[in-house]
Write a protein that binds this ligand. Structure first.
Ligand code: HEM
Length: 278
């Protein structure tokens, strides 16, 4: 499958805010017949990894559910569920509710069934600054701007951003990087294009006009590295982004442990795309 997004072609190998407005019709990307069938077993097996809510968040949760119901319709059999959880069962996306608490934007509820190396338990209740603490250089480069974006978000405006990384799994549910990274040394260079995957997060942000909260959605897309070969421009853009990534970006995403494999892959295919001199 070809990925619907190629963020490495836009931002290259650097962190970026990269928010752009999108029409309401494009808010959530579908394509998964029954998200609840994937999410329910996780909610039953490890609720603390995939779900969290703080007291006082149900009004904003209900507002988020109403927005989802508008695009996905209502469903029965959800009585008693926290509203954000009911909303998350209807969509592929993970849903994160941000609200101001004593003047600080905090994560007051979330459903996180496709986590990229964090858990609901880790994230619940954290401020924007605390959530982004692990991202090298984030506070200095983006901290103030992010606060202003959340506080200034106009009702009706929907913003989208994408990010990317490379990982050696196609799993959606990856709360912990350690068991995945432990497998890297077993990957043969010839298998890199098949075993390594591009992992793209497509995120959206919109205001909840009545409660004043903000709903942040995260949709994960992934595809084997070798799918880049379906599109020479994408392949070339990826090779450039990989080789030109900043030290902070490489360090944060753990690219050093994939370097030999990705380079082997690019070099093996690169002659046909003239990227080996990049
Ligand atoms: C739309 C506003 C936001 C922007 C511009 C933004 C930006 C970023 C950036 C640049 C990164 C580094 C990885 C990357 O995306 O390249 C990141 C990571 C992250 N962001 Fe955000 N973010 C936003 C909102 C949020 C929200 C609302 C949450 C709440 C769940 C969140 C949670 C995280 C987490 C957990 C990480 C990974 C940190 C880690 O490695 O532990 N972000 N964000």
């Amino acid at each position: 499958m070809k990925l619907p997004h190629s963020p490495w072609a836009e931002a290259g190998g650097d962190f970026a805010i990269g928010l752009r407005p999108i029409p309401e019709a494009d808010w959530l990307e579908g394509g998964e017949a029954d998200p609840a069938a994937r999410k329910d077993p996780l909610i039953a097996a490890c609720p603390e990894i995939v779900w969290g809510e703080t007291p006082g968040s149900w009004d904003a949760q209900a507002e988020a559910l109403a927005l989802v119901a508008k695009v996905r319709g209502s469903q029965s059999g959800e009585a008693g569920l926290p509203p954000l959880l009911a909303a998350a069962r209807r969509v592929s996306d993970d849903l994160c509710l941000m609200e101001q608490r004593e003047g600080v934007w905090r994560l007051t509820a979330l459903s996180l069934c496709a986590p990229s190396f964090f858990t609901a338990q880790d994230a619940l209740g954290k401020s924007l600054a605390e959530l982004h603490g692990p991202v090298d250089g984030f506070a200095a480069r983006f901290g103030g701007r992010l606060e202003r974006i959340f506080s200034g978000l106009r009702p009706g405006l929907i913003l989208e951003r994408r990010n990317w990384t490379v990982v050696n799994t196609d799993a959606l549910f990856t709360p912990d990087s350690a068991p995945i990274r432990a497998q890297i040394s077993r990957i043969a260079p010839e298998a890199a294009g098949r075993v390594l995957h591009l992992r793209v997060e497509r995120q959206t942000l919109r205001r909840l006009p009545f409660t004043g909260g903000a709903l942040f959605t995260i949709r994960i897309w992934r595809a084997p590295l070798e799918t880049l070969e379906q599109d020479p421009e994408r392949f070339v853009a990826f090779a450039r982004a990989w080789r030109g990534a900043t030290a902070e970006f490489r360090n944060y995403k753990g690219f050093a442990s994939y370097d030999a494999l990705v380079e082997a892959y690019i070099r093996a295919r690169g002659e046909s795309y003239s990227v080996n001199e990049v």
